[in-house]
Structures are given as C-alpha cells and as structure tokens.
Design a protein around this ligand. Structure first.
Ligand code: GLU
Length: 437
C-alpha cells in the first residue's frame, strides 16, 4: 500500500515523526477500508498533557523543563508507554511514539493501550538530585491523569529504573498508599521484574531468530551491524552472540563531540570489553576503543557494513532517503530495535530491494510485554524467576512474529503493513465493542 507523507511537516533531516506515524496509519486504513470516524479517532491521540516542571538547580537558580504525556488510545486497556528524557524532544515525537505504543501492545495482544511521555532535558548535564526533581516534578504535574488503572509509564531513551522508582515514590506520597502497578521498569527488589532490563533487546533477537529460520539461515552463519549502544543494543548483541552470530560494528553517541561514531572490528566486537569503556548513556570512549583495536568511523558507517543483519537500536529517523543507498547489497534482514528508525522514503527502497524488515512495533515489543508481566507480578505481589519471565516473553514474541509473517505471506504484504493490519484490526474491534465508533 502506498504511504504518503504530509509535506508540511517541519523540514530537517528525515521527517516529523507524527506525520510519519499518521502516514503509515493512513496507508493501512485505506487498505482496510476504515470509515472516516474510525480514521479520525485513530490517527490522533485521545488526550494530551503539556506542562512545565519548575526545578531548583544545584546552583540555586530555578529552571523550568517542558514535560508531556500523550495518551493515544486506551480502548484495549490502560495506556502504556515510556518516558523519554531528550534535549530534542518534541510533542510531535511523543505523539508518534504514543500511537506506535497502541499498535505495539495490540500486535503482541496484551490488554493495554498506547501512551508516551517526555521531558525536554539532557540528563548528561543534570546531577542525580536534579534528575530526581525532574522525575518527581513530572509526576506532580500529572498525578491524577496517570495510574495503575489509567496510564502506566516505563523507561525509554535516557530514563532508568532509578528514575522510575523516584516517580513511583512521588505518586505514592500523593495518593497515600502503595501502588507498584503505577509504573514499570522498577529496580528488581523494589517491584521490578527480573528480565525487564534485557527484555527489549532479547525480544528483538527472538524475532531475528524466527526470521532467520524462515529464511533457512543459521544464526551462527550470520553477521550483524548495530546502531546504538544503549540498553536495547547491548542486550540484543548479548543474545545474538549467544546464538552464535557475530557483530562487526556498533555505533554510539559522543556527548563531547555532539555526534555519533561507528566502531568496527573485522573479527567481531567484544561486548564485555566495549561495556568496560562505555558510560551509563551508552557512549563508547573513542580513544580507549582505538587502543583496543577498533576502527573509529563516521556515525552512519554502521549502515554500510557488509553484514546479513542491520539492527537500528537508537532513535527515530535514522534510515532515510539520503542514506538508505548506503545499505550493503549483502544485507537481508533489518530488525528495528528503535521506534520509528526508518522513514517512508527509506522504507520504499528497502521494500524494493527485497530486504526483509521486522517493523519496530513488532521487533521491539519485548520491553512492553515484559512491562505487562511486571504489572501482573506487582498486582499479585508475587515475583517470578528470571527464566519464567524470559520463557513467557519468548512465547509471546514468537507467537506475534509468526502471526504477522503468516499474514504477510498469505496476502503478499510487506511485514510492516501486515503488523499494522493485525494491530489496527484489534484496536478497531475494541473501539467498536465499546461503542466509540
Ligand atoms: N519504552 C519501551 C517501548 O518503547 C517500553 C514501554 C513500556 O514498557 O511500557 O516499547
């Protein structure tokens, strides 16, 4: 199906993420023949909150940070989705991400809706105390419009289990009681689930494993290149290597230079060695990497490697019309660990070249699936063993992957479109049953 993008979207590299999410939805809505009211309901968020978060900084000055929560759709259950801390955060990015959360929860068939939050800030430049104040301030501004039965936040880009615990603590002070189901991604032992930290990266690799099986390829005969070196990338590399795959290149953001670099080793990167020279945001030390024998290349070099698999696991808008041609002819599979890494122009080229693409809201659904398990455990106040969590995660991710790939094969659809068809149908059905449309 054809995807057209709103050309009025702000200029810049890539697209306005919300215009991109709407264009993807519109293409599938047309294919499904959805009526006008249904389209109107689902191409926009149901509710959104914009607020200021005043913080007293360590030097005594006051600063106001912009915060958001966007609730796209909660027909299938309470809203669910992470909170990002990022200096370039915009409300349109949060809108897009909230919409993608709706489809993500629906495609893995968990009883949750889609939301997303954000704060315009750079935690690299905030002390631990200032970060705590941002977390508590975010909850204070929205404490009556989120909650275990309404909308449940989680970690995302540059937010951590510690941030989640500060948010929970503030929520519990305001509402007087213990409400561990208010937030997920909490530290283990404080209401968190074993396996949650690994879940997104591992989930990406569960889908890669299934795709390789369908292609008749053994993981130990493949090589991959990864964009990003944060939580998702690190655990994806860990499990992919356990399956026998070799990662030849990773990229990471360099805070000092305000750009990213790629790190390549022809014999394969050493995950533990790289982790020993990586900061808490996933930034790899260039000088130390060089002494370890890594070639340090430009930030997009990860895309041009002679590998079988590409795993974009950083941010949205990374594979675009202006760089998609850098993808090596050997690449057979792209597994989108990030949300929205591929713009519609790049997607069209990937489709034409016959590269198999596992779309973001399917490939990276392991995080929210494990968040759902965490909520279940928190509500029961009974916690499972790590193997039980990861076993259930594997079952859920594999079933979702197989349902999408089967539909794609049957109807001759691109994987992203097949995933959308399943997700949108489930959400439309829930809205109909509730009498919303
Ligand atoms: N931030 C993750 C995502 O984009 C996880 C969300 C959650 O666990 O609620 O899927």
């Amino acid at each position: 199906m054809a995807v057209t993008v709103d050309k009025t979207a702000p200029a810049g590299k890539g697209h306005n993420a919300f215009a991109m999410a709407q264009a993807q939805f519109d293409g599938v809505a047309e294919y499904l023949g959805l009526d006008a009211a249904t389209r109107e309901l689902l191409r926009n968020p149901l509710r959104e909150y914009h607020f200021g978060i005043p913080i007293r900084m360590d030097d005594g000055s006051m600063k106001v940070f912009r915060g958001f929560r966007v609730q796209h759709n909660d027909a299938r259950g309470p809203g669910k989705g992470g909170i990002r801390f990022h200096p370039q955060e915009t409300v349109d990015t949060v809108r897009a991400l909230s919409m993608w959360m709706t489809w993500k929860c629906a495609v893995v068939d968990i009883p949750l809706g889609g939301s997303k939050g954000g704060v315009v800030c750079d935690p690299h430049n905030l002390s631990a105390r200032e970060q705590e104040q941002v977390c508590r301030g975010w909850v204070r501004q929205i404490s009556h419009d989120v909650g275990p039965l309404l909308d449940v936040p989680a970690p995302d880009v540059m937010t951590t289990p510690q941030h989640m615990l500060w948010m929970l603590d503030e929520f519990e002070h305001i509402h007087r009681g213990h409400f561990p189901g208010f937030i997920t991604g909490k530290p283990v032992g404080m209401g968190g689930s074993l396996g949650r930290t690994e879940a997104t990266g591992f989930g990406v690799v569960f889908t890669i494993r299934e795709a390789l099986k369908e292609m008749g390829l053994r993981p130990d005969a493949t090589a991959a290149s990864v964009q990003g070196f944060g939580n998702v990338a690190q655990y994806a590399i860990r499990l992919y290597e356990q399956l026998g795959g070799k990662v030849l290149c990773v990229s990471s953001w360099d805070q000092a230079d305000q750009t990213s670099y790629s790190f390549r080793k022809a014999t394969g990167v050493n995950l533990d060695a790289l982790l020993s020279i990586t900061d808490r945001f996933g930034g790899i030390d260039k000088a130390k990497a060089k002494t370890m024998g890594y070639e340090v290349l430009d930030g997009e070099a990860w895309l041009a490697q002679e590998v079988d698999i590409l795993i974009p696991a950083a941010l949205e808008n990374q594979i675009r019309g202006d760089n998609v041609e850098r993808i090596h002819s050997k690449v057979k599979l792209i597994a989108e660990g990030a949300n929205g890494p591929t713009t519609p122009e790049a997607d069209a080229v990937i489709k034409k070249r016959g590269i198999f693409d596992i779309p973001d809201f399917l490939a990276n659904a392991g995080g929210v699936t494990c968040s759902y398990f965490e909520q279940v455990q928190s509500n029961m106040n009974y916690y499972w063993e790590r193997d039980e969590v990861l076993g259930r995660l594997d079952v859920k991710m594999t079933a979702a992957y197989l349902a999408v790939s089967e539909l794609a094969r049957k109807r001759g659809l691109y994987m992203r479109d097949a995933a959308y068809v399943i997700a949108i149908n489930r959400v439309v059905e829930a809205c109909k049953q509730r009498g919303w449309i």
